[in-house]
Write a protein that binds this ligand. Structure first.
Ligand code: WT7
Length: 630
């Protein structure tokens, strides 16, 4: 699909030959491209002295430059856009709150002072465990403003997951709320945090946003509104080094321990503000809605920093997209006149399934651009999105990127790049991508291989917190000098990328990233369990479903496997959070292993997918087992 003509005519980047020139130049000289971009999109108090330093695998961008992320998202807009809406918040019950840039700025200043009053310091991480409410964004921006890196934990995670992340980050302050509202019920966030902080002795303050009733809080627990009532609304933002850490975000990897991905300030802002502007083709009257939670990188980059950095108006929704009726998402689009919608393939597939009558009740005529993120979008879902939601008028931007990349990497620019359903199309200007074979050589057109990035980019992760070895090993050891994404992909004759999904032991369930080892260690912590292996199986709705092969301890003397299955699923939800709950538990006497003792995951994957096991099983310790596992 070529860009619709009227769209191309009004687009920031609407001239194909200009774009081709820019793109080619950016491939030859990415640093020059990024310097221009950093000047154009980011406010700098002090300009940088050196644009880029590469000390493989450690990079620095805009060295010597000083800036402040919150200033970029708020203060610099006040003169021209102070009365413009920054946030339109809709609660699950339909209540709406509007926040102008002036109001948001005032509240962020106030909360910055509140944080300072309880001992927050530049460089000292603050944990945020909040639902999708304006205060979550206020909290993030206040942290950024005072130079305290935030570590946001998705509010669906369980107590032990909070505890591990708080300890790993050495965080002494937690920001949370009493409850979150979801599907007509209340989730008790405070109870979860209370449990977590029993084992985090360094935490001296838990600031609680009390949404239900104001109870008296004691010990380390402090009331949010009391703190801000005492705080001044004047706060002057101090600038920090471009490489000052802006946030940590924990994500799953191939071991049992989540990785604390570290992002810094100047380069990150350069990438997310410029990509939001170009990929969403942002105009001053756009109403933008990203349905992701701020607990994931999508919320960080394409609600908070990328969009507020452009003085855009964002819808923020606390609730489920299909509650209390299957068309809630479309109702919100009409109600707030959303012009740009950014959502996930899994959501699109679930709306395809619930039936078109729930879409037909709504006009959807304010939409002009659609986005997709989080997992490969299958062509059928792409076409449905195009036809049913976009009414064949809206370009679709399928944006490939990762927690580690900070910003979008491979995606169409809607005014100049044609789209093919199921392809994320081409790398953005400044992004030097490639598909390589096992030996590191470039794959031919149409040949599958590993997706790598061949030149550092400004919003690249700088580190895994406290684990430089793992940082090197995970991203920089497979292919010399290239960033390895962990994804498999191919590139067609037009240079378009087709992302196939993870080639490592990372699962993608409804666009959420889960480590198989993390789930395995939660499973084996249950007293019944001797051993476990977790694999993904293809799932029409969720992309992948979680299947666990589990061997019980003889001593457990299990007889009622149905009951044990239910208990084990609940156990994982309690240990990690309900997003990690296995869809299927398969009990087995032993797990298939090679003679050297490695679990044969490929075989288990085939079994889980219901495929015949055809691969080589000669190295299997116990070949009869294959039959047994059926
Ligand atoms: C993994 C990253 C991107 C922010 C949300 C997820 C998969 C993401 C796409 C896409 C195909 C995609 C990849 C990637 N992925 N977007 N448009 N097409 N695959 O961030 O949790 O860090 O996961 O999500 O497998 O490696 P994340």
């Amino acid at each position: 699909f070529p860009p619709p003509e009227d769209f191309a005519q009004q687009a920031h980047l609407g001239d194909v030959s200009d774009y081709e020139k820019l793109w080619q130049e950016s491939q030859r000289n990415p640093v020059q491209y990024w310097e221009g971009t950093a000047k154009k999109y980011v406010w700098w108090e002090t300009p940088w002295k050196q644009a880029f330093e590469w000390n493989e695998p450690f990079s620095k961008w805009f060295i010597g430059g000083k800036t402040n992320a919150a200033y970029n998202c708020l203060d610099r807009h006040l003169e021209k856009n102070g009365d413009k809406l920054a946030l339109i918040f809709e609660a699950e019950d339909g209540r709406v709150e509007n926040w102008t840039y002036k109001q948001l700025h005032r509240e962020v200043c106030r909360f910055s002072n509140a944080l300072l009053s309880i001992g927050a310091k530049p460089g000292s991480p603050i944990t945020i465990y909040l639902p999708m409410v304006p205060e979550a964004i206020i909290a993030m921006l206040a942290c950024a403003r005072i130079g305290a890196p935030h570590s946001v934990i998705f509010a669906g995670f369980a107590a032990s997951a909070i505890r591990d992340r708080v300890l790993d980050a050495s965080s002494e302050i937690i920001l949370t709320s009493d409850v979150a509202y979801r599907r007509g019920t209340k989730l008790d966030l405070l109870k979860t945090v209370e449990e977590a902080v029993k084992q985090t002795p360094a935490v001296h303050s838990v600031v609680v946003l009390q949404r239900e009733k104001t109870a008296a809080l004691t010990g380390v627990f402090k009331d949010w509104s009391t703190l801000i009532a005492r705080a001044s609304e004047n706060h002057e933002a101090k600038s920090f080094d471009s490489e000052h850490p802006l946030f940590f975000l924990y994500t799953s990897g191939t071991t049992g321990k989540p990785k604390g991905i570290v992002h810094t300030t100047g380069g990150y802002l350069t990438s997310v503000i410029s990509s939001a502007h170009m990929v969403f083709d942002l105009k001053k009257d756009d109403i933008y809605w990203c349905t992701a939670d701020i607990g994931w990188v999508t919320g960080h980059s394409y609600i908070v920093y990328g969009l507020l950095g452009n003085a855009a108006t964002c819808v923020l929704f606390e609730g489920a997209l299909n509650f209390p009726h299957p068309g809630r998402i479309w109702e919100i689009v009409d109600k707030h006149e959303v012009s740009i919608l950014y959502t996930a393939p899994t959501a699109i597939r679930s709306f395809m399934r619930t039936g078109e009558e729930h879409v037909d009740k709504f006009k959807l005529d304010t939409l002009r651009l659609l986005g997709s993120v989080g997992e490969p979008i299958n062509p059928e879902a792409w076409m449905w999105y195009h036809r049913k939601i976009g009414k064949e008028q809206c370009p679709i931007v399928d944006t490939w990127w990762q927690t580690e990349t900070g910003g979008m990497m491979i995606t169409p620019l809607p005014g100049v790049v044609s789209t093919k359903p199921g392809s994320a199309t081409r790398p953005l200007p400044g992004i030097v991508a490639n598909i390589v074979r096992e030996d590191g050589s470039s794959a031919n057109a149409g040949e599958g291989g590993y997706l790598v990035i061949e030149h550092p980019w400004p919003s690249m992760l700088r580190a895994i917190h406290r684990d430089p070895e793992r940082f090197k090993e995970t991203y920089w050891s497979k292919f010399k000098g290239k960033y390895f994404t962990g994804d498999g992909a191919s590139r067609d004759a037009d240079g378009f990328y087709w992302i196939k999904g993870r080639v490592d032991d990372v699962l993608n369930v409804s666009g959420h990233r889960l480590g198989t080892m993390e789930i395995e260690s939660a499973i084996v912590s249950h007293p019944y369990v001797a051993e476990a292996a977790v694999v993904g199986k293809p799932d029409e709705l969720k992309g992948q479903a979680v299947v666990a092969f589990v061997t019980p301890k003889d001593s457990a003397g299990l007889k009622d496997f149905e009951k044990a299955t239910a208990e084990l699923k609940a156990h994982v939800a309690k240990e990690i959070g309900s997003i990690a709950r296995p869809d299927e538990i398969r009990w087995t006497k032993t797990l298939p292993k090679t003679r050297s003792g490695k679990i044969m995951r490929r075989l288990l994957k085939d079994l889980a997918a219901g495929k015949e096991v055809t691969g080589d099983t000669t190295t299997l310790e116990n070949p009869g087992l294959v039959e047994y596992l059926h």
